[in-house]
Write a new protein. Sequence first.
Length: 187
Amino acid sequence: MPDDTGGLQLLPETRKKIEVRVPGQNRLVILSSIFVLAILGIYLGLMFYNNSILSSVSQADEQLAALEKSRDKKLEQKLLDLKNQLSVIGPLISSHLFWSQGLSKVQSLVQPQVQFKSINADSSATKILFQATAASYTTIAKQIAAFYADDSITDIVLNKATSLPTGQVDFTMQLIFDPAKFLIKSK
């Protein structure tokens, strides 16, 4: 260092530092510390994730317990019984034939001068047998023509026709029908 007084200086003003480096010495320490920090970060992240999962599970358990307390088990049992009863009744209802469709079709086809005395319907034999009174033989012929005009009636059999003392005709007729067109099954 120079002396302010102008004295002599024995040491140089700048000094060079001598460093000895061993190749790879610091690199191993840095890589191992980065690896340790990465593992520590992953561990802390997994711990945080585990805690959040556990808290959501405990919340779900509390909600489930509250729902369990609010259940009406007697009503649930009644509903299950009703479901079982409907599963038994359902096929019966779905296979039920609606005769109202077929009988209203017969009613619309009957001539005004024809009066029914009795009617017997059989869905398994696909026939309707009825006894009626008509004003004349011409009315019976018109009645047969009206039944033939409907495509749901496949055949007509006039069993008996008898004149009454009143001038009317008593007759028995059998209608054979197509059940797919004549009777509508429920859906």
